[in-house]
Write a protein that binds this ligand. Structure first.
Ligand SMILES: Cc1ncc(COP(=O)(O)O)c(C=O)c1O
Length: 368
């Protein structure tokens, strides 16, 4: 966020900045979503909805699991949330007692540990690296639990910042191990749809016990609509409904009504994804030539995470210089990994193709 603010300042002063720090699609929401929103606005009446979300959206989300993964999900277990961000708060509050310990991979999405911290829960970061193809393994989970017992584990696949996917068989093993050890499994599936290598499987294909979290923000290009969802075990629905009622009453009705159309925009969204695919290919080809090293497999999402050890041992300063001197904004790794992130950067390829190509040219000239 600091990089974003600094980039905005430079742009206001007339500088051209290539944005490779952003974690969101550059494209507008798909046209059918926009049409649905306009129809709702023509009627004009927007009110509170059921705290769990409007029935039409919960049913459409449930149907998506059948169509996409061949998994039967009851709409009664679907909870609509204000982005996946609100789903994390609800999940942590609804599923854990105060001071519970929740494991996750490092590097990882920083909001997990921040949300846990404000809720009085403890994030247990387990370092991952090339030895395990940058994913959290069942064995590492077991070892961490034996050291100090865990109440939960959160896995994102594809992950942020690495883009690396936990393969279906590894996901199954993690879910089975968590069940055996009595650890609640939370699956962040926000980057499903944005997969370039392999196939993303939902945790619900293996068990109905995990809490599965997803969002319209990434594949569906709807970050600003603040709408996401989760699928939870039946017994957690009512407690989470009561927490949601008190915390925010309901998700904005306009976003919910529009989101019903999102699943029927495949063609448009796949065309956007093809742009990411070309950006990704450019990055994977050129970053190593420029001197970025040790990139975890960028299976999905729209990020490449790379070592900049050849240039610096302070990625925050490196990011600031990259912005000021090369006009390229990117995210220093310390945000994602407190121990090793001073040697890494995350570059997002969610931007326009010309912008990403220009960004790479600038980096090449700057680091030559
Ligand atoms: C892994 C991951 N999970 C969750 C989120 C939150 O997204 P939202 O609240 O827009 O659904 C993000 C956003 O970047 C993310 O990268």
């Amino acid at each position: 966020m600091d990089v974003l603010a600094e980039a905005a300042k430079l742009e206001a002063a007339g500088r051209s900045i290539v944005h490779m720090e952003v974690g969101q699609p550059g494209a507008a929401a798909p046209s059918r979503v926009l049409e649905a929103a306009r129809r709702v606005l023509d009627i004009g009446r927007l009110g509170y909805t059921e705290a769990l979300g409007i029935r039409a959206l919960r049913e459409r989300i449930a149907r998506h699991y059948g169509a996409e993964y061949g998994v039967d999900v009851s709409p009664d277990r679907v909870i609509v949330t204000t982005g996946s961000s609100a789903a994390f708060s609800l999940a942590f509050l609804g599923a854990f007692d105060p001071r519970a310990r929740i494991a996750m991979a490092a590097p990882g999405y920083p909001a997990y540990r921040n949300i846990l911290a404000v809720l009085g829960l403890e994030a247990v970061e387990i370092p991952v690296g090339p030895q395990t193809r940058w994913v959290l393994t069942a064995e590492a989970l077991r070892t961490a639990h034996e050291k100090t017992p865990l109440s939960g584990v959160l896995v994102a696949s594809p992950a942020n910042p690495t883009g690396t996917m936990t393969r279906p068989e590894e996901l199954r093993e993690l879910i089975d191990t968590a069940a055996e050890l009595g650890i609640r499994f939370i699956s962040d599936e926000i980057y499903h749809g944005l997969v370039f290598e392999g196939r993303a499987e939902t945790a619900l294909a293996f068990s109905q016990e995990p809490i599965v979290i997803n969002s319209f923000s990434k594949y569906y290009c709807m970050t600003g609509w603040r709408v996401g969802w989760m699928v939870v075990p039946e017994k957690l629905v009512r407690p989470m409904e009561r927490i949601a009622q008190s915390l925010y009453i309901s998700v904005p009705e306009l976003s919910q009504r529009a989101a019903v159309a999102a699943f029927d925009c495949r063609e448009e969204l796949e065309a956007i994804k093809e742009g990411y695919r070309r950006n990704r290919a450019r990055l994977l080809e050129r970053l190593p030539q420029i001197g970025f090293e040790e990139m975890p497999p960028a299976d999905g999402a729209f990020y490449v995470y790379a070592s900049v050890a050849r240039f610096t041992n302070d990625s925050a300063t490196f990011a600031r210089r990259m912005l000021e001197e090369a006009g390229v904004a990117a995210t220093p790794g310390a945000d994602f990994d407190g121990d090793r992130g001073h040697l890494t950067m995350r570059l997002s390829f969610a931007g326009a193709e010309e912008a990403i190509a220009e960004g790479l040219d600038r980096l090449e000239r700057w680091l030559a």
